[in-house]
Design a protein around this ligand. Structure first.
Ligand SMILES: OC[C@H]1NNC[C@@H](O)[C@@H]1O
Ligand SMILES: [Ca+2]
Length: 452
């Protein structure tokens, strides 16, 4: 079939999750609390008072979940390690039982021909480090590198693709500027400091990896193309601010060694001047960048804090349960921008997916299997894989796709209300039910993308 998409040889098909969103048992086997254990038990912070205490009970059901991945034909699995399972106080004493959990998981993945992609930090900072200032304390770069060293020594070789941080923008914007996420701070003075320390920590962890590891390490960012709501000069300036704040704020220091100038304009007196050696530390050579893509923003000038931008809803747009416009073309545009701006660094799509309302069928089929019809998710995924294919044909070096998410899970402060999984989770019985999108994705993988 001449026009069937052809994905590159070795293109890696997988799915992604994160520790606090699926594991449950946050304090089991000597683990220390994280900022999310605290945040979830702070009244009013979580929709419906949901917490990560049980989640998908993956801490106990990990073997069955790997079996499910195998049945779905996944070639790779992106997951994160909970720092406070490994170092209950965030630094110092290692909790061997915590390390054993991830070591067993990695071995089970490898035994099932599934390649592990390990994220060191997916938002669950040890509470003990938050008590010492967390991302606001400059020492966190060393704390993070030391945590990385423990895992590099234990797992490198079995794990060959490492990620330092997941989405530093969300950590800062959600946790330090707007306060919707742990640790729930609301300060335009703290946000740039947290951002900078996250990137210093990223650099320190990469540097440490080069001394110990023998494989690949990268950074994962969530980026979102910004389109002007009109051709006015004000909207063009708003797009520049929004683009710098979300898309360049982390990739520029990591790959180019400097921040975009708009950030000083945005934060004004709250924008610190950092020493040159910080930029040397941050700009460590990377083996790849992971891009998490969900949606775009049509952006206008507005009165907002601190960006003075607003998002314009598209009357003819299709929106997901999280209020994100379905806009696959934005992924192609973004990938072309990435290549033009940062060059030929290999890229993985480390997250892409959508939350829709997809209740399980009441009945079971002739094999006794319950179906979960999710046509909107299938359509979303098909179109975004098409957009990735378009970027590949335009010359972007995209190495793989990790669907967000394997399982329905804890969507942070939105609790369990938003279901991103290709596999449905019944949170009462913990029954897993592959949705139609999972069946479809298995076929995509089997045909190496020819059958989108
Ligand atoms: O909002 C969907 C996902 N986005 N990226 C980070 C993940 O933890 C989220 O669940
Ligand atoms: Ca296309």
């Amino acid at each position: 079939m001449s026009d069937a998409p052809v994905f590159p040889e070795g293109f890696l098909w997988g799915a992604a999750t994160a520790a606090h969103q699926i594991e449950g048992s946050p304090l089991a086997d000597g683990a220390g609390p994280s900022i999310w254990t605290r945040f979830a038990h702070t009244p009013g912070m979580m929709l419906n008072g949901d917490t990560g205490d049980v989640a998908c009970d993956h801490y106990n059901r990990w073997k069955g979940d790997v079996k499910l991945m195998r049945e779905l034909g996944l070639q790779a699995y992106r997951f994160s390690v909970s720092w406070s399972r490994i170092l209950p106080e965030g630094k110092g004493r290692v909790n061997q039982k915590g390390l054993d959990f991830y070591s067993r998981l990695v071995d089970e993945l490898l035994a099932n021909d599934i390649e592990p992609l390990l994220t060191l930090y997916h938002w669950d900072l040890p509470a003990a480090l938050d008590d010492r200032g967390g991302w606001l304390n400059p020492d966190i770069a060393d704390w993070f590198a030391d945590y990385g060293r423990v895992l590099y020594r234990a797992l490198d070789g079995r794990v060959k693709k490492w990620v330092t941080l997941n989405e530093p923008w969300v950590v800062t914007d959600g946790g330090y500027l707007h306060g919707a996420l742990a640790p729930g701070h609301r300060s335009r003075f703290e946000a740039p400091i947290a951002s900078h320390h996250l990137m210093r920590a990223h650099g320190a962890a990469v540097k440490a990896y080069r001394e110990i590891g023998k494989h690949e390490i990268g950074l994962v960012v969530n980026i979102e193309p910004k389109y002007p709501a009109s051709d006015s000069a004000e909207d063009a300036a708003a797009v520049r601010r929004a683009h710098a704040y979300m898309n360049e704020q982390y990739l520029h220091p990591a790959l180019l060694g400097h921040y975009p100038p708009e950030l000083k304009e945005i934060f004004g007196e709250a924008w610190p001047e950092w020493p040159a050696e910080d930029y040397e530390l941050i700009k460590q050579p990377l083996d790849f960048v992971g891009i998490n893509y969900y949606t775009r923003s049509v952006t206008k000038a507005a009165t907002s804090y601190p960006l003075n931008t607003g998002v314009v809803k598209q009357p003819l747009g299709t929106y997901t349960e999280t209020g994100w416009e379905v806009f696959p073309q934005g992924l192609t545009d973004l990938l072309l921008w990435f290549k033009q701006t940062y060059g030929d660094l290999p890229v993985y799509i480390t997250e892409n997916g959508a939350a829709f309302f997809d209740p399980p069928a009441a009945s079971v089929d002739e094999n006794g299997n319950r179906r979960v019809r999710d046509p909107l998710r299938m359509d979303y995924l098909r179109k975004h894989l098409g957009a990735i294919h378009d970027a590949i044909r335009a010359g972007v070096d995209i190495r793989g796709y990790m669907l967000w998410s394997l399982l329905d899970n804890l969507e942070w402060s939105l609790g369990y209300s938003k279901r991103f999984g290709m596999v449905h989770v019944n949170y009462v019985t913990q029954e897993r039910t592959p949705k139609d999108s999972a069946r479809w994705y298995s076929e995509v993988i089997r045909t190496h993308g020819r059958k989108l």
